[in-house]
Design a protein around this ligand. Structure first.
Ligand code: AHN
Ligand code: ZN
Length: 341
């Protein structure tokens, strides 16, 4: 005879079995020196992190590049914004498009849009993921065609591609977790080193600066945020970026630990690099919650960033699916460890 509750009990037993198996698989390897911490986790529900689809992320990068350079006040910029917001509306619970105008270092007024896609918008304890989606209007690090806009496959495209695939995965798995994906505009219209215009302070990151002063929800706070910037080149390696370490070293540690635990540790190097000004800087400085920057540094390159940074070599053929995968899967692993049942 089947007693009421028996099915439930077997379900619980089965779940515990899965949980223990998972913990042993992930925590009892021969390198593990702390089995006691692993056993403490037995009460925790198993983490069912979905698998990030790098083909899908790559297609999202390619689609952006196919619009043409996403430079403010161009058709490609408008078309890409419309496409991103339509896609995110398919995946997220709410999408807010912030339209605004800002003045750039060269005096131009730029028609700009920040796109904010929210999952479980009513939950507190939110996590923010962000990237910039605009592309640089000139190739000032190149030796030729310096005044022409770049494709921005990596610088702009890659972060957005990864976040759109994360959004798709969240729509399928629908974890009980508040997540905001913010695509910032006008990050990359910063004043070049050689410029005839008077120096403008804070000329990069105009979209994120606008957002910190015009939040899509009043008093918006997240527990922490992660910014992606140039995450798509071959064999991506992230170093601990200085501004992230200054404001949010515990978030850096958390992400590095999750990457280590899930098998992507070789891409997350335990070395610090100089602090940079990127979208995360303005959020850390003015909103008081912690945001880190996952960005490609390259010591051998003159800029110290990716070697094709702000050149016409920033094209789709430089995008490596495995790098998109490592970045996206690590983000999903971080998110799904935050899910409370
Ligand atoms: C500066 O060059 C000041 N910050 C780098 C931000 C950036 C531009 N990331 C990608 N493009
Ligand atoms: Zn750039």
């Amino acid at each position: 005879m089947v007693r009421p509750g028996q099915n439930r009990k077997s379900a619980i037993l089965f779940a515990s079995f899965i949980a223990l198996t998972f913990i042993c698989l992930s925590g009892c390897d021969s390198n593990s020196t702390k089995p006691s911490t692993a056993t403490k986790q037995t009460a925790i529900v198993p983490i069912n992190t979905p698998k990030f689809n790098a083909d899908s992320a790559f297609a999202y990068v390619k689609q952006q590049v196919d619009f043409g350079p996403r430079v403010p006040n161009t058709k490609a910029h408008v078309d890409c914004a419309n496409w991103m917001s339509a896609k995110l509306k398919e995946y997220a619970d709410t999408v807010i498009v912030q339209s605004f105008q800002v003045r750039a270092f060269d005096g131009k007024v730029l028609n700009s849009r920040n796109i904010i896609a929210s999952f479980h918008p009513d939950l507190g304890n939110r996590i923010m993921l962000c990237a910039h989606w605009d592309t640089r209007p000139f190739a000032d690090q190149d030796v030729e065609r310096k005044n022409e806009p770049i494709d921005g496959a990596n610088d702009g495209g890659s972060g957005v591609g990864v976040l759109m695939e994360v959004a798709r995965q969240l729509s399928i798995a629908n974890p009980h977790l508040g997540v905001d994906i913010i695509l910032f505009d006008v990050e990359d219209y910063g004043q070049p080193d050689e410029s005839d215009f008077p120096t403008m302070e804070d000329s990069y990151c105009l979209g994120s600066q606008y957002w910190t002063k015009n939040l899509h929800r009043s008093n918006y706070q997240a527990r922490y945020g992660i910014l992606l910037d140039m995450v798509g080149s071959a064999n991506i390696q992230f170093h601990k970026e200085g501004t992230s370490m200054q404001y949010a070293s515990d978030v850096v540690d958390k992400v590095w630990k999750v990457a280590e635990a899930t098998g992507y540790g070789t891409h997350f190097i335990n070395q610090q690099r100089n602090g940079i000004i990127d979208d995360h800087y303005y959020i850390n400085k003015s909103l008081g919650f912690k945001v880190i920057d996952l960005i490609h540094f390259e010591e051998s390159a003159p800029s110290k960033f990716w070697k094709h940074w702000h050149t016409h070599e920033d094209t789709i053929d430089k995008i490596d699916k495995n790098s998109l995968y490592v970045t996206g899967q690590t983000l999903l692993e971080v998110l799904f460890r935050e899910v409370s049942m």
